[in-house]
Design a protein around this ligand. Structure first.
Ligand code: URA
Length: 211
C-alpha cells in the first residue's frame, strides 16, 4: 500500500484535546499537559508502519516467538524550540529513540531559514526519522530541516505536527514528496504574519509561557 502524503489523525481523543489547547485562555500548565497527552496519541499513529520481526522469549508457561521492532532505534528530531513540546511525550512512548535537534532562524533580509544548530544521531540512513514541530505554517523551516537531515543521510522520514496549513502541506509535498506528513488538523490557512488560522497562536510561547 502506498503511503498518503498527508494523514490527519482524527482520533476523538486527539480532536477533543486539541480543541481545549486552541482556547485562548488555557493556562501554560494546561497547554503543556495537553500537548504531552496528545503527543502520546500522535506517536502511536506515526509509528504504525514500523517493521516487526520476531524474537524467541521464554514466558512463565513456555517458549514463544514474539514480535519485536526490527532494525535500528528510531531517530526523533525536534525543530527548536517548539518541537521540544511534542518531543517529550513521544519520548515517553518510545524511550529508546535517539534524539536530535535542528535550530533555524529567519534571515530578516531574505526571510529564508538559516541553520544555527544541528546535532543529530548517527546512522540516520538506517533509522526511521520522525521530525517534530507543532506548527506546519509556511513550511519554510520544515523543508529546510528536512533538507539538512537528508544531507546527513536520512532516507526514511516522517514529519509530525499538531496543526498544518494547506500552504505548508503543499510546500512540503513539492519539496519532499517522499516525506509523509502527520497532523491532528489541517486548518484553513495563514494570516499575513504566517500564523495558522484558526490555529492556536504561537505554540512556543504557549508551551513555555513566553510572549
Ligand atoms: N508558529 C506558531 O507557533 N504558530 C503559528 O501559527 C505559525 C507558526
Amino acid at each position: 500500500m502506498t503511503q498518503p502524503h498527508l494523514t490527519v489523525i482524527t482520533h476523538p481523543l486527539v480532536q477533543h484535546k486539541l480543541t481545549i489547547m486552541r482556547k485562548h485562555d488555557v493556562s501554560t500548565a494546561g497547554f503543556r499537559r495537553l500537548l504531552r497527552e496528545i503527543s502520546l496519541l500522535l506517536a502511536y499513529e506515526v509509528t504504525r508502519e514500523l517493521e516487526l520481526t520476531t524474537t524467541t522469549i521464554q514466558t512463565p508457561m513456555c517458549e514463544m516467538q514474539a514480535p519485536t521492532l526490527e532494525g535500528k532505534k528510531l531517530a526523533l528530531i525536534s525543530i527548536l524550540r517548539a518541537g521540544n513540546g511534542l518531543l517529550d511525550g513521544i519520548l515517553e512512548m518510545i524511550p529508546s529513540a535517539r534524539v536530535g535537534f535542528v535550530g533555524l532562524y529567519r534571515d530578516p533580509e531574505t526571510l529564508k531559514p538559516v541553520e544555527y544548530y544541528c546535532k543529530v544521531p548517527n546512522l540516520l540512513d538506517q533509522r526511521m526519522t520522525i521530525v517534530v514541530d507543532p506548527m506546519l505554517a509556511t513550511g519554510n523551516s520544515s523543508v529546510a530541516a528536512i533538507d539538512m537531515l537528508k544531507e546527513r543521510g536520512a532516507k526514511n522520514l516522517r514529519f509530525l505536527c499538531l496543526l498544518a496549513s494547506p500552504e505548508g502541506v503543499e510546500r512540503m509535498r513539492q519539496a519532499h514528496p517522499d516525506v509523509p506528513v502527520y497532523t491532528a488538523s489541517l486548518d484553513e490557512g495563514l494570516d499575513d504574519h504566517g500564523y495558522i488560522v484558526p490555529g492556536l497562536g504561537d505554540a512556543g510561547d504557549r508551551m513555555f509561557g513566553t510572549k
